[in-house]
Write a protein that binds this ligand. Structure first.
Ligand code: ADP
Ligand code: MG
Length: 502
């Protein structure tokens, strides 16, 4: 009895995600696949417009990208597969059928681990991937706001589209967000898709139900037309509450398709689930079946780059950075790669002979220092085009980090030097000399600064002697000002303490 009660109204959630592949040309013809093309009906040809007598040709690049995605998600890859016709009529579908895969998807039985919905970062939840198949996209309809006419743009018709279907292994909006974000990141890493949801390149559909009292699956609702991952997660959390309230009041959940209303922050009914479609699937007679030797698949597998999770693990192992820094360098590969270049310079320090080389025991601190400067300062100065054209080489960036480490320059000084490095491409050493930005740590030079501050501030000096710690801070601040910002605050503190006899 108790366990049955426990099972009641547990959320059961599965995802279907369509992604437009990043390829030169469309799925079955040589029209360009350019999601940024604004001129309607520009990238079209007789094949993707389904003129009589035309024949499709399979895009090898698209097939390889789906297999690569399957390999990244630990799927088994079909050795033999074929395309099928999915028949339905809609004005955005020129042929009256979509070429898709039904019986034999290219990829099956994968897994992707996501962080579990709790505090322990090492606890993972396994999401099973049912299948990934390859099909073609439809065009886009644009309806006249007054309802008088509709326009159709076939630029997107025939673009290679990959569909991933998961098992119903999610239990919360947070799970859905974690999966969608990780999948999106993987697709970018492997170059399969830009996976931009705002542009419609990735489209997430949620299936959601709550379990019945006996633990069996309840009636599921489908949520479509979600234009961001945040909307997908929010719609799940909303729907869990809505369905629970219905069931608790004795009202059955209706099988239907709902959408997400961003203003109301609510899911809204779009259409009730009509009788199951009969798509009259049959093998596409105009295309040959596909056969892959294990060696073909092996060759594609060699193209798999380091994936996001492997990169996180490596960054932790190699640099001992905090999770937050690692996440930034995983999500932003360009920034992370720059950090790695700087770090490798920090380790091969022979090149920077004029500076003392920090020992191995300082590496962790050096990496963290480098990470801080890359994340805060480099971000500020990067251009829209990325970091490739930056004038600051990783060598000189590392050089600056070591100067900060040795307190040769203060942190505000380092920011000023970087500013100049980005403008002129000059070396840190040159800029520090030219602008006289070097931090003074020589106690002989700072002695007289402290003397002046002590004689000019008798009251704070008295207060400090009586034990008021805030007065010490004040005196250090005055000494910094007296040294025009160049005094090393730690050295100044030592001298003040020594002179005031503590
Ligand atoms: P359909 O026959 O309605 O297309 P499928 O079995 O093909 O359903 O599953 C489609 C998606 O719905 C998959 O992502 C799957 O994980 C999910 N799903 C299946 N059953 C349920 C359920 N009871 N509640 C929530 N999601 C479900
Ligand atoms: Mg289905």
């Amino acid at each position: 009895m108790a366990s049955k009660l426990y099972m009641k109204y547990q959320p059961v959630i599965g995802l279907e995600i369509h992604t437009a592949l990043k390829t030169q040309t469309k799925m079955f013809c040589d029209s360009l696949n350019d999601p940024d093309e604004k001129r309607p009906n520009w990238n079209i040809c007789p094949v993707c417009l389904a003129h009589p007598g035309t024949l499709p040709v399979i895009n090898e690049e698209a097939v390889k990208k789906v297999i690569l995605t399957g390999l990244a998600l630990n799927c088994s890859i079909a050795h033999d597969t074929f395309f099928e016709r999915k028949n339905y009529f809609y004005p955005d579908l020129p042929k009256g059928y979509q070429i898709s895969q039904y019986q034999k998807p290219l990829c099956q039985n994968g897994v992707l681990e996501i962080p579990n919905n709790n505090q322990n970062p090492d606890s993972k939840k396994i999401i099973r991937i049912t299948r990934i198949h390859l099909e073609e996209d439809a065009g886009r309809l644009q309806h006249d706001p007054l309802g008088d006419f509709s326009l159709v743009d076939y630029n997107r018709a025939g673009v290679p589209l990959m569909e991933l279907v998961t098992e119903p292994d999610f239990t919360s909006g947070q799970d859905v967000r974690a999966f969608a974000e990780e999948y999106q990141l993987i697709l970018k890493y492997i170059g399969a898709s830009d996976a931009d949801m705002e542009k419609g390149l990735m489209r997430v559909e949620v299936n959601i139900s709550l379990t019945n009292a006996d633990g069996s699956y309840g009636t599921k609702v489908e949520i479509k037309n979600l234009n961001s991952i945040a909307a997908a997660a929010a719609s799940v959390d909303y729907e869990i509450t809505r369905q629970k309230e219905l069931l608790e009041s004795g009202t059955p959940v209706v099988a239907e398709t709902r959408g997400w209303d961003e203003n109301k922050k609510a899911t809204v009914s779009q259409r009730s689930k009509e009788e199951a479609h009969d798509y009259r699937y049959f093998p596409e007679p105009d295309l040959p079946p596909l056969h892959f030797e294990s060696s073909h698949i092996g060759l594609i597998k060699q193209k798999l780059p380091e994936l996001p999770q492997a990169r996180r693990d490596r960054f932790k192992e190699q640099y001992s950075l905090p999770e937050a820094d690692i996440e930034i360098f995983t999500a932003d590969k360009v920034l992370g790669n720059y950090f790695e270049h700087v770090s490798s310079e920090l380790l091969s320090f022979e090149k920077l002979t004029h500076l003392e080389r920090p020992g191995a025991e300082h590496h962790e601190r050096l990496f963290k220092l480098a990470s801080n400067y890359v994340i805060t300062e480099l971000q500020k100065h990067r251009t829209a085009s990325g970091l490739e054209d930056t004038r600051v080489t990783p060598e000189s960036f590392a050089d600056l980090v070591v100067r900060v480490f040795h307190k040769q320059i203060s942190s505000s000084g380092a920011q000023a030097v970087l500013e100049d490095m980005f403008k002129t491409g000059a070396s840190p050493e040159h800029i520090i000399k030219e602008k006289d930005l070097g931090q003074v740590s020589d106690s002989g030079q700072l002695d007289s600064v402290v003397d002046a501050v002590i004689s000019a501030n008798p009251k704070p000096v008295e207060d400090y002697k009586k034990g008021k710690e805030a007065s010490l801070k004040f005196l250090i601040g005055m000494a910094m000002r007296e040294s025009k910002g160049k005094g090393n605050p730690q050295v100044l503190e030592e001298i003040i303490k020594r002179k005031l006899g503590s």
